[in-house]
Design a protein. Sequence first.
Length: 151
Amino acid sequence: MRPFIFILSFVMLLFPFTTGEIKNKAIGLGDHLVSCVIENREISSKYAVHIGESLQLALQEKKEEFIEGYEIEFRKRDMEFPYGDGKARYRIIIYSSKKEKLLTLRLKYDKKEAKFHILGFASATNGRKNHTLTKQLRISPIYMRWWSLLP
């Protein structure tokens, strides 16, 4: 029994991050991004390796909704096909105060840097056509695949 406890302790030392800690960091990432937009600061976070220009623009588009209020949800696993390709281990979903999905960020945690790589995102954009509200899904162009070329 002692060797088992020793091995278990060793594994816990090598892999100190639990899902709870990763969840807190992912939600912290979302909070940092949203607060940067609300406060008109440069969009950055100590929890992200890099924040692409297309994500920055998508965040800026949601400023009014963020000011009204938002909620961040953490989930394991990538988004379903065709939006995800199975490479993301986590994602955060940012909802408006009206419980509408605003942004979904696909995340992969880098243990060496103790930060997330943002692999892509999906943004629900509200547009008005003939005075009716339509929702469109916008995918980061970096991560579009061959299926995005289909009619």
